[in-house]
Design a protein around this ligand. Structure first.
Ligand SMILES: Cc1ncc(COP(=O)(O)O)c(C=O)c1O
Length: 438
């Protein structure tokens, strides 16, 4: 390996925008356990899935095909911000005194500031193609909600979002962003659905959870089958699939830096989509025997589904409307404390990423909230970019590793999944800086 010592960022031209999404299912040594129908407990079929998803997304959910074409209409919208840069954090390296070469793949250049648009644009497109007029969804931090609001506006569709109460109250700017794109936003649990009313009765003071908001958004779609479908921002196979553009670009950009491989990859994991999207194309190279990349899915200690949860069949929502999925889970009744990384407050983990971890192809790591913010501040001061609190978890884990590597013999390449920027999360940074963070 000979790295380019002068280069700081690898920018791919528009012509290098990926043409395919990568489906790791085709290459895994063992098939993943199927999703099960919540009623019959039999493996779900295409027909089952098309009740809430358009046919193309239902097919992607069950697909075993290695590469899936990205439609031109989706690539055109991607080209507003993709390919995203891979940046070498040289100033951070100097600050840490590490021999590691630290890179970050920056998804915060998207219109709403995170990786979520990679899937929202695809989902809005396939729904629009199927004649759907309105999408319903949940959102934690508001990142997914604003990504879907942007995508729905791009295809002239309506968008209704249930935002977890903790974030709805603490992140008014994300709600304003969603409304700017024309979406309607409700605090969850709400009075608008049976699921919401029941949860409010049982737990009047709840701060909400993604699992509750998912139940509300699914119920809202099911009660308007003529016009509406439901859309999920993470966890499912087709969402992970859409995020693989991150890893495909990263492979090319590492080569531009003269790197043979990423030795270590750190991505934060809420439902698992960004770390899976970044790492699955790299794991493909591992499986082909050409690289030996180690992948870490970094979660908050307050919501540790991989490191403390059980690997078993569970629902994706509180009420039990989603298929049963074999995944790392803390149980649907787990209500995580209102950690500032709202996008990481989910009880389960992508079944595909869970399976990949089970196969030993990636591993989980948990990080404390205070350590994540400490790392986020250090990163901001060195690189001039405030990471989203979610992404700061990946930064913290990467920095811990980089600090251990000070000699030439320890040198390695580290890639951080910088899933988004934190410019709308500054009140959380303020609390950290004031010492008032719980
Ligand atoms: C910036 C950011 N990163 C990461 C996540 C976690 O989601 P996932 O694990 O699906 O990438 C979120 C979720 O809202 C987010 O907003």
């Amino acid at each position: 390996m000979s790295t380019d010592e002068a280069m700081t960022k690898a920018l791919l031209p528009d012509s290098q925008l990926p043409t395919h999404w990568y489906n790791i299912v085709a290459d895994l040594p063992e098939p993943m356990p199927p999703h099960l129908h919540p009623g019959t407990k039999e493996p779900v079929t295409l027909d089952d899935l098309t009740v809430i998803f358009p046919p193309a997304l239902a097919e992607q959910e069950l697909s075993t095909q290695r590469f899936i074409d990205i439609p031109d209409e989706v690539r055109q919208i991607y080209s507003i911000w993709r390919p995203t840069p891979l940046i070498r954090a040289r100033r951070l390296e100097r600050e840490l005194g590490t021999s590691a070469r630290i890179y970050y793949k920056y998804e915060g250049v998207s219109p709403i500031g995170s990786h979520k648009t990679n899937s929202s644009v695809a989902q809005a497109y396939f729904n629009h193609e199927a004649g759907v007029r309105r999408l319903t969804t949940e959102t934690g931090a508001g990142q997914w909600g604003s990504a879907l609001a942007f995508a729905c506006s791009a295809f002239g569709m309506g968008c209704e979002v249930w935002q977890v109460r903790a974030s709805y109250d603490s992140k008014p700017y994300r709600r304003m962003l969603m409304e700017t794109f024309g979406a309607t936003v409700h605090s969850s649990p709400s009075e608008l659905t049976q699921a919401g009313r029941t949860m409010r009765e049982q737990f009047p003071d709840t701060t909400g959870s993604l699992g509750m908001a998912v139940s509300e958004a699914i119920e809202a779609a099911l009660t308007d089958p003529e016009n509406a479908r439901y859309s999920l921002g993470s966890v499912l196979n087709h969402v992970v699939l859409h995020q693989t553009v991150i890893g495909e670009e990263t492979l090319k950009q590492l080569a531009m830096f003269g790197e043979d491989q990423a030795d270590l990859v750190f991505g934060c994991a809420g439902g698992g989509s960004n770390v899976a999207g970044l790492s699955f194309p790299l794991i493909r190279e591992n499986l082909a025997g050409t690289t030996t990349t180690k992948v870490y899915a970094v979660e908050p200690s307050a919501c540790p589904s991989i490191t403390q949860g059980r690997y078993e069949y569970d629902h994706g929502d509180v009420v039990g409307m989603t298929p049963l999925m074999k995944m790392y889970t803390l149980g649907t009744d787990f209500v995580p404390p209102p950690v500032h990384a709202g996008g990481l407050r989910y009880h389960g983990m992508s079944p595909l990423l869970s399976h990949v971890i089970q196969l030993g192809l990636a591993q989980g790591l948990a990080v404390e909230q205070a350590d994540a913010f400490e790392a986020g501040v250090l990163f901001a001061r060195a690189e001039g970019l405030v990471p989203a609190p979610e992404a700061s978890h990946a930064v913290a884990a990467a920095l811990a590793e980089a600090r251990r590597r000070t000699s030439d013999a320890d040198a390695c390449s580290i890639v951080i999944g910088m899933s988004g920027h934190g410019q709308l999360d500054l009140p959380a940074y303020q609390e950290y800086l004031n010492g008032t963070m719980l």
